[in-house]
Design a protein around this ligand. Structure first.
Ligand code: SF4
Length: 443
């Protein structure tokens, strides 16, 4: 598409044309006229032909993507384009509070400014590719496509299905709607029980791509998201700056308090310490899964870099700085981390670090055709899981149990993205470990 940007041809001014290369990058052609030839010879020529151009140059220009900019950044942007600072606040409100997805929706901004903004800035949105809704509990999984064609997932978890505490009740609990967001495309950490890991790592998500998961989930579901967990695809603390910036936008512009946001890590030790130093107000969850170094290294290769002692040292440091209880996530695997000694280790840990424990049933990833250690992983039988929880509670630990939220859909991290990818590459449906009856919503 060729777009005429400056249409007043004046001597010694620049003719500027902008050609769109893709949906974000523009090639700018600048034509510099230096001589005007007003002679009888040129008088019969069209006006434009009476100029000779000494040179032209071209450079690439990227339209500024506004979604993902903080209030301060939007104010700076407004000033940089010759507008008043308060325009930045107006843009912030329209983007995040009023959830505008086009400049035309911004009715408090003049049409002239709409045009100006449209020529130099853009509002990117995620594209919904597929949506699965659990018939059992309404858990909803979204598969979104990014501007570069990569795909990520977000999961909307209704009240009373995320984690069941022994005393969960009350009006607040009923209104809770939790969104699980992704922070990377794929993940570099290669946990053996995780479907996302089979994708490898492609890139970090931008701030705008993280924030837009919340905006799109609200728009599609028509419901207010009350809680957020950074627990989808990717390791959030390896995308630290973008994650923290997205939290700043969400807490200041989208009405979700920091205490309702949980950042989950597989154990990226330096950033756990940094979160403690910065006294971030969000909650921290650590995917622990075992306190046995050998078993943890097999489950989570990150344990080679940051073994259990080092991880717990960082978590202890975080607690000493923030005085906020950490949540340990614990997926139960049959015969691997559900033994008597595992219970004893967890009880001992709770005496050292004030914490809560989330027990999570294992979602099989058989459809990825795992080999080696991954192929040996099986869910702990329900009876042993109940016993595990009972004994922890008897020892006065605060224990939550994730219900089988969305078990009839591909609700575990990365399952839907990997399955859709398999479907596209083979043309066949992926192998599923058990019959599923998802309520597929046409998009
Ligand atoms: S479990 Fe989390 S950290 Fe581990 S590979 Fe999967 S997405 Fe990455």
């Amino acid at each position: 598409m060729f777009q005429y940007f400056l249409n007043i041809p004046l001597i010694n001014s620049t003719f500027k044309y902008i050609a769109e290369v893709n949906n974000n990058v523009y090639l700018v052609l600048n034509l510099i006229p230096i001589t005007y030839h007003p002679s009888p010879i040129t008088s019969n020529l069209p006006f434009a032909s009476r100029f000779s151009f000494s040179y032209f140059y071209a450079h690439a220009m990227t339209k500024t993507s506004l979604k993902g900019l903080t209030l301060k950044e939007l104010e700076d942007f407004a000033i940089s384009i010759g507008e008043k600072k308060f325009r930045g606040k107006q843009l912030f409100d329209w983007l995040y509070t009023k959830e505008a997805s086009t400049f035309a929706e911004m009715t408090s901004i003049s049409k002239g400014l709409h045009t100006k903004l449209a020529s130099i800035a853009q509002i990117n949105s995620l594209k919904l590719i597929e949506q699965q809704v659990s018939r059992e509990d309404g858990t909803t999984k979204f598969l979104f496509e990014l501007a570069d064609g990569n795909r990520i997932e977000s999961v909307l978890i209704p009240p009373r299905t995320a984690f069941q505490s022994p005393n969960a009740s009350g009006e607040e609990e009923q209104k809770r709607l939790t969104l699980c967001v992704s922070t990377q495309v794929g993940c570099p950490l290669d946990c053996t029980f995780c479907a996302t890991a089979t994708m490898g790592f492609l890139r970090n998500l931008t701030v705008g791509e993280i924030v837009d998961q919340v905006l799109q989930a609200k728009k599609i579901s028509g419901r207010r998201v009350t809680n957020l967990v950074y627990m989808g695809m990717g390791e959030p603390l390896m995308n630290y700056e973008n994650v923290m910036k997205s939290i700043e936008i969400i807490t200041t512009g989208m009405g979700i308090a920091a205490r309702r946001i949980t950042v989950s890590t597989a154990g990226w030790v330096p950033k756990i310490r940094q979160m403690g130093d910065e006294n971030r107000k969000v909650k921290l969850a650590v995917s622990l899964h075992t306190l046995d170094d050998d078993v943890r290294t097999q489950l989570m290769p990150i344990n080679k870099k940051f073994p259990v002692d080092e991880l717990l040292g960082a978590v202890h440091y975080y607690y000493s700085k923030t005085k906020r209880r950490v949540t340990f996530e614990y997926i139960l695997f049959d015969g691997l981390n559900d033994r008597h000694e595992d219970i004893e280790r967890l009880i001992k840990l709770s005496k050292r670090i004030p914490c809560k424990v989330n027990i999570i049933p294992f979602h099989s990833i058989d459809f990825t055709h795992p080999t080696g250690f991954s192929a040996q992983l099986h869910p702990t039988p329900q009876k042993r899981m109940d016993e595990f929880v009972r004994r922890l509670r008897e020892a006065h630990l605060t224990v939550f149990v994730r219900s089988s939220a969305g078990e009839d859909i591909d609700a575990a991290c990365g399952q839907l993205a990997v399955k859709v990818e398999q479907r596209h590459s083979t043309g066949k449906p992926p192998v599923s470990p058990k019959p599923r009856t998802p309520n597929l919503q046409p998009v």
